[in-house]
Design a protein around this ligand. Structure first.
Ligand SMILES: Cc1cc2nc3c(=O)[nH]c(=O)nc-3n(C[C@H](O)[C@H](O)[C@H](O)COP(=O)(O)OP(=O)(O)OC[C@H]3O[C@@H](n4cnc5c(N)ncnc54)[C@H](O)[C@@H]3O)c2cc1C
Length: 468
């Protein structure tokens, strides 16, 4: 049995903890059963954004006509896009592999880790033990039990980046961010796209106005069907057939396409590590249960990232890694703070948000002020011809604390990030915006205007003539 000061399982955000521990000279074991770098690098954020950026350029070129440029796209080069994507992914992966191989204080086990006793893991033929263990083992695509799905075959986010040729048509099952991002990319590159969502809304966790605008825009380049049940899937004459039923009307329809992409949800990877053998508790969906310090019920064993089943983003996993490093080795522990978790959807239009939506705040009984502003109402937004894009803010009525912010349109992710910083600064109010000069004319003015438009949504002033 080999003993370490720290064992980390999973080389995604887990690598952040490994790096800190090695900086301090701890004796560390890293276990990874797949390629180095985890989902973000190999099958997630990074390759998907190398796809969505050229797609955004295509949309911009098409939109340019509205502001006085008549441009034509001669052709698109998917081979080059693929090449650029794999160049970066493989370069970063290789860099990590070399770093790990060169580090003599770090033992790397390229295999599946499985608990056999408290604080003890089986790794291939060997057994390893440590008083501190960090589980950063992520999630994988959940394969729903749809009759005919497995027999017919399908792609997932784990397999789609390997395709060599663009499908002529693609049915995307799911209505979340992956459906929007892949739908954006494939449709921009000429694939005929259908998006089949179960929820009545696209991006159901966003503000309703945001979902509505994304739906309206996506409908311009994809056949979007929401509130649908997938009844069965089979091989058709030309491709793959998906049979759907409208959950309201009961209407049954068949769609056929070259390929199906499943984006309907994820499941925890905790099954592979057999946490029960170490006495580690999981929740009903098998996500690893942790306390406010990201510690499991077994002292010294922590879990971070997607496998705790909360907000599944790489920046969240990075934040968890930072916290766990402190909580595992420093004197004073730090509590998890989830009040300002941001995210973006790099579809078309781009969406970003942080904190609570208006309806989520209402459900928590918080009295709020809301403010909304269109891009077009500031000079830069007008110059860009961003007709429908907007930002929305949700502010606590009593304290003026910002409790939520969203934007939908160009650079939404950059604009919302400013709100994230404010939500983590001082008294977390929007007052610093009122005190600041805002570069003019820039898109930052959209959020300034949104705060300027704050009002009580439950007391909308109705003019006399509107009441008649
Ligand atoms: C298509 C797509 C696009 C995305 N885009 C974004 C984005 O734009 N922005 C964003 O923030 N997030 C995005 N995400 C989500 C992001 O990738 C994840 O939140 C993040 O990678 C999670 O990191 P992690 O360290 O928790 O898990 P992972 O990175 O998944 O790492 C877990 C690792 O553990 C390994 N493992 C599992 N079990 C064992 C075991 N028993 N023994 C050994 N090894 C094991 C796995 O093989 C894996 O390599 C995207 C995800 C996908 C799929």
């Amino acid at each position: 049995m080999k003993e370490y000061e720290l064992i980390v399982v999973g080389s995604g955000a887990g690598m952040n903890v490994v790096a800190k521990a090695r900086d301090k000279g701890l004796k560390v074991a890293l276990v990874e059963n797949w390629v180095m770098g985890g989902t973000c690098l190999n099958r997630g954020c990074i390759p998907s954004k190398i796809l969505t950026y050229p797609a955004e350029m295509i949309r911009q070129i098409k939109h340019a006509k509205e502001i006085g440029i008549n441009a034509k796209i001669e052709s698109v080069d998917f081979d080059l896009v693929r090449k650029r994507m794999w160049e970066l992914v493989l370069r970063d992966r290789r860099g990590m592999e070399e770093g790990v191989a060169a580090d003599t204080g770090l033992d790397f086990y390229h295999t599946t880790a499985r608990f056999i006793a408290p604080y003890t893991l089986q790794v291939g033929p060997e057994q390893i033990k440590a008083p501190k263990i960090v589980l950063a083992i992520g999630v994988r695509t959940y394969i729903p039990d749809i009759p005919g799905l497995r027999e017919t075959g399908f792609e997932t986010s784990e397999s789609i980046f390997d395709i060599q040729v663009l499908p002529k048509s693609l049915i995307i099952l799911g209505g979340g961010y992956k459906a929007c991002e892949f739908g954006h990319f494939f449709s921009a590159f000429g694939t005929n796209i259908s998006i089949i969502g179960h929820n009545p809304r696209l991006l159901p966790r966003e503000e309703e106005e945001v979902s509505d605008l994304v739906l309206a825009k996506m409908t311009e380049f994809a056949n979007v069907k929401l509130n649908q049940e997938v009844i069965s899937i089979r091989k058709g004459e030309k491709g793959k057939v998906v049979v759907i039923r409208d959950r309201t009307t009961g209407d049954v329809k068949e769609l056929e396409a070259d390929e199906i992409l499943l984006t309907t949800g994820v499941q925890s990877n905790s099954d592979s590590i057999e946490p029960e053998a170490s006495g580690i508790r999981t929740d009903a969906a098998r996500y690893i249960a942790v306390d406010d310090h990201l510690e499991t019920n077994m002292p010294g064993i922590f879990a971070i990232g997607d496998v705790i089943g909360r907000t599944m983003f790489r920046h969240t996993a990075n934040y968890h890694a930072q916290l766990v490093w402190i909580n595992a080795f420093a004197k004073n522990k730090v509590k998890l703070d989830e009040h300002a978790v941001p995210h973006a959807v790099f579809g078309y239009p781009e969406v970003a948000s942080v904190g609570l939506t208006q309806s989520a705040a209402k459900a928590q009984g918080i009295k709020v002020l809301v403010g909304l502003s269109q891009y077009i109402d500031c000079a830069k937004g007008y110059a860009m011809g961003e007709q429908d894009s907007f930002a929305k803010v949700v502010v606590d009525m009593a304290s003026y604390r910002i409790i939520g912010a969203s934007a939908v349109g160009t650079n939404a992710s950059i604009m919302v990030q400013a709100m994230v910083y404010l939500m983590n600064a001082g008294d977390q109010t929007y007052i610093p915006i009122a005190r600041s000069q805002t570069i003019h004319p820039a898109l930052s003015e959209v959020f300034v205007n949104a705060f300027g438009n704050l009002h009580d949504p439950d007391h909308v002033h109705v003019h006399e003539h509107e009441q008649q």
